[in-house]
Write a protein that binds this ligand. Structure first.
Ligand SMILES: Cc1ncc(C[n+]2csc(CCOP(=O)(O)OP(=O)(O)O)c2C)c(N)n1
Ligand SMILES: [Mg+2]
Length: 319
């Protein structure tokens, strides 16, 4: 597949936006400016970027507790996200949801989710609704290696397979669920091997290669749009930060960390684009600088926004 230069540069920019957003979050969290928990996606940017690049704006995604990358890649706004993380009134959920509840249904983001594996049935429901409404919308369901051990995965994927629903399951195999290695909870080499149990196609890709992810997901999305049902895409990647910010990460072997540093999706893609003469080092620096400015502005927006009023606490509550 050939991808035009502009689209390659866009993918670089999206990955840098995700990384830079999260570097700001990491810093602000360490400074005590962000309440609650944050789970960062640093190292996994190519997976969200490649997958969402294969979608239309009216397609859907379901996300996870590690959702910042999914939201930015699908078109979410960093300033509204940052304000939400700060608990401010101007945030995506008026400051009442935080990192794990960011949603923007206008652009198909059906929500980050604090419950591991909970996006899987939601993805099936959204795909069924697209079918019933007679649209050709597709759902990308992001989930972790850990989530693939949950019952929601086996029930949700099986039903979607039986009903041939337009869902693409993107498993982000980052080797760990919290501090538990996937090898301690699963016997086969590839999580995509699970697809055989449901009778759906599968593919395993280098989740740190944005083009490989894009190509695999684009093919799966096209199949889903044609009415040919779900696909399981396993993206092999690595989270470079802890499970949560502040996690001492004593369970990660040093040589493993070093090995994955060399596979940094952004450093390598930048190098590749320069070698391909898609952009120069100066062009890439200019993108990095624009993104830095954008994220500085997002932090300022969050800092300068008001907290919600106490009287708003029970607004938007459904029971
Ligand atoms: C149903 C449920 N069980 C346990 C937890 C606690 N928990 C939060 S994240 C996580 C690990 C998830 O691992 P994985 O699916 O691989 O995603 P990753 O964190 O690696 O992105 C666990 C066990 C939870 N939030 N929800
Ligand atoms: Mg994991």
């Amino acid at each position: 597949m050939t991808i035009d230069n502009e689209k390659l540069i866009e993918k670089y920019r999206t990955m840098v936006r995700i990384r830079t957003f999260e570097q700001r979050v990491s810093r602000e969290f360490a400074a005590g400016n962000i309440p609650g928990f944050v789970h960062l996606y640093v190292g996994e940017e190519a997976t969200a970027t490649g997958a969402c690049a294969a979608l239309r704006s009216d397609d859907y995604i379901t996300s996870t507790h590690r959702g910042h990358g999914h939201v930015i890649a699908k078109g979410g706004q960093p300033d509204l996200m940052m304000a939400e993380l700060y608990g401010k009134k101007t945030g995506y959920c008026k400051g009442k949801g935080g990192s794990m509840h960011i949603a923007d249904t206008d652009i198909g983001i059906l929500g980050a989710n604090g419950i591991v594996g909970a996006g899987i049935p939601i993805a099936g429901g959204a795909a069924l609704s697209a079918r019933m409404r007679g649209t050709d919308q597709v759902v990308v369901c992001f989930l972790g290696d850990g989530a693939s051990n949950r019952g929601t995965f086996h029930e949700g994927v099986n039903l979607a397979a039986v009903w041939q629903l337009p869902v693409v399951y993107v498993i982000e195999n980052n080797l760990y669920a919290e501090k538990t290695r996937i090898a301690d909870t699963y016997r086969l080499p590839d999580l995509s091997d699970r697809a055989g149990a449901f009778g759906i196609p599968d593919v395993t890709v280098d989740g740190n290669d944005v083009v490989a992810v894009y190509e695999a997901v684009a093919e799966a999305v096209a199949r889903a749009r044609r009415g040919e049902g779900p696909t399981l895409v396993e993206c092999k990647t690595y989270r470079m930060h802890g499970h949560f910010e502040g996690d001492p990460q004593t369970y990660k072997p040093a040589d493993e960390v070093e090995e994955w540093k060399k596979k940094d999706p952004i450093v390598n893609f930048r190098k590749r684009l320069v070698e391909m003469e898609v952009l120069t080092g100066d062009d890439a620096d200019a993108i990095d600088q624009q993104v830095n400015n954008e994220m500085d502005a997002a932090v300022r927006f969050a800092q300068e926004s008001p907290f919600p009023d106490a009287e708003e606490a029970l607004e938007d509550v459904f029971a």
